[in-house]
Design a protein around this ligand. Structure first.
Ligand code: B12
Ligand code: SF4
Length: 460
């Protein structure tokens, strides 16, 4: 059994990692799998416990990101307290991968998995639920409180599946996209239900605020044929009306994105698609953008972070604002909706650089923008450097409060800049008009919730 904990968020989507694990164990271990998405179904812990007792699974895995760490640990403890049976409980996902010791302590789980879950869970199921001596599986016996192994060596992540095509497509029938509310990524979509497809795992870039590079190390890609098969399945069997490629970097390899776009065209797949997780601006060019548009890409998202080149350098972004701006203009010319994401409070940030970023965003060709406060995510290089000096409090809203504040700024200044950025960005006739036209009625509730989350209604 897999559990996705419930927590207060307006960002909701099918849990891809769990759906991959479910499909994998069904195929390779012939096991039955039950998934409880307590977030989608808004289930209380009591209700989850009731289902656990009723279904009586052999082993229970809990998905855990930093954003819902407390809830994941809470449900784990409650399952371990069930008197009738000593359930085997484990946690996996990004947070336990980088914080295995505290996760084990706080959750009272039997073990945690560091890294990708496919191979460890297969070994555990093949081994009569014995979880000892498996790479990437940690208990309080083989782990020290500084997250090193008992012999003092850094922990090893789980073995990975090198050929992604051997992993079956996510277990979509278990949690079909149509069963999710109409705002999966908190972005405004054109069609519902929305299908999610990931063509790769990993990112070779080294941005210091991101944990992806340390989680995966390098990049593995599915074959284009394998991706197209899933896209066709999602359109035909799941009735999806829009497609989101949620790779860390869909356009990373030029040949690959060209092959993918051509395959969508050759297979006559007519669907609006987008890249809501952002692509690197230095990994697109005029020809690629035009082809993407031709094959159905209507929205492209860029991770911009800051308009100040020194800050981009400080966080090892590996791009300049001039390069980024050029790609935004090219995407705009190609006829796509352009979206950019910015982070305030990165190392080197001052009032002047924040103003520069807001001014840039407002006057750019971006149609949509997201402005965030810096979170110091476990697994990121910034976390390694700063975790002793920042306040990683997992209880507050994950997006509306910075974990760390540069010397010459205050939290209030950062949060006010975010509010100001949203208002000045969107209160432009062109953007406001386009946005209002794009928001489907079904999504209004989620948009309002996100605005409240960002304190956008507070006046300063
Ligand atoms: C797509 C995506 C989203 C999508 C969909 C998320 C989803 N529900 O699947 C959306 C936009 C909704 C999203 C939201 C958020 N995301 Co996000 N997202 C990603 C992204 C780019 C890909 C996730 C993915 O599908 N990976 C592919 C699958 C195969 O990997 P996986 O989910 O990690 O699962 C594997 C392993 O982790 C492990 N595993 C996972 N769970 C379990 C459980 C058990 C029991 C076991 C054994 C193993 C295991 O096995 C899986 C298969 O190999 C990742 C970055 C990345 N490359 O992973 C960020 C990432 C996961 N997101 C991140 C964040 C911060 C968020 C938000 C909190 C953002 C916000 N401000 O609200 C929200 C969380 C809301 C939510 N409901 O989950 C961070 C998490 C950092 C952290 N320390 O927790 C990441 C790592 C990006 C980053 N900045 O570094 N996200
Ligand atoms: S922010 Fe994007 S480009 Fe940078 S390391 Fe993370 S996934 Fe890669």
């Amino acid at each position: 059994m897999y559990i996705i904990p419930n927590f207060d968020t307006y960002v909701l989507a099918p849990p891809l990692g769990i759906l991959y694990l479910s499909a994998y164990v069904k195929k390779y271990c012939s096991s039955q799998v039950i998934i409880i998405d307590a977030l989608r179904d808004q289930l209380s812990d009591e209700k989850i416990i009731e289902i656990v007792k009723k279904e009586n699974p052999d082993i229970i895995g809990i998905h855990c990101l930093t954003a819902f760490y407390n809830q994941a640990c809470g449900i784990s403890r409650k399952i371990k307290e069930i008197k009738e049976k000593n359930y085997i409980v484990h946690l996996g996902g990004v947070h336990p991968t980088f914080m295995p010791y505290s996760t084990l302590k706080d959750s009272k789980a039997d073990f945690v998995v560091a890294g990708e879950g496919e191979i460890p869970i297969r070994k555990i199921l093949d081994n009569n639920l014995n979880y000892r001596n498996i790479q990437g599986v940690y208990t309080l016996e083989n782990l020290k409180d500084d997250n090193t192994m008992a012999d003092g060596n850094p922990i090893l992540k789980a073995e990975t599946v090198s050929d992604l095509d051997t992993i079956p497509m996510p277990d979509w029938l278990a949690l079909p996209p149509a069963s999710y509310p109409h705002s999966p990524h908190a972005v405004i979509a054109r069609g519902n239900p929305i299908g999610i497809v990931m063509t790769s795992r990993g990112c070779p870039s080294r941005c210091t605020f991101c944990s992806s590079n340390n989680f995966y190390k390098g990049i593995r890609q599915r074959s284009v044929a394998n991706v197209i098969e899933e896209v066709k399945f999602q359109i035909k069997e799941l009735g999806i009306k829009e497609l989101q490629f949620t790779d860390d970097n869909l356009t990373l390899k030029r040949d690959y994105i060209i092959e993918l776009c051509n395959a969508l065209l050759e297979n006559n797949i007519k669907i609006n698609w987008s890249t809501p997780n952002g692509v690197r601006a230095d990994k697109v060019d005029k020809e690629v953008l035009k082809l993407m548009k031709k094959s159905g890409c209507y929205l492209i998202d860029f991770g911009i972070e800051s308009a100040d080149n020194q800050i981009l350098k400080n966080v090892r972004k590996g791009e300049t604002i001039e390069q980024i701006d050029m790609s935004i203009n090219l995407a705009h010319e190609a006829g796509m909706i352009t979206q950019g994401n910015f982070i305030f409070g990165l190392p080197g940030e001052t009032k002047e650089t924040m103003k520069k970023t807001v001014d840039y965003a407002v006057h750019s060709k971006l149609d949509r923008a997201g402005f965030f406060a810096l979170r110091i995510l476990p697994g990121s290089d910034l976390y390694k450097k700063m975790h002793t000096t920042c306040q990683t409090d997992y209880t507050h809203s994950f997006i509306s409060k910075p974990d760390w504040i540069p010397d010459n700024l205050t939290e209030e200044e950062i949060l006010r800049t975010i509010q100001k950025a949203y208002w000045s960005f969107y209160f432009r006739p062109r953007r406001l008009w386009n946005l209002l036209n794009d928001i489907p009625v079904s999504q209004t509730k989620y948009i309002l919730k996100s605005m409240i989350n960002y304190h956008l209604f507070k006046l300063w």
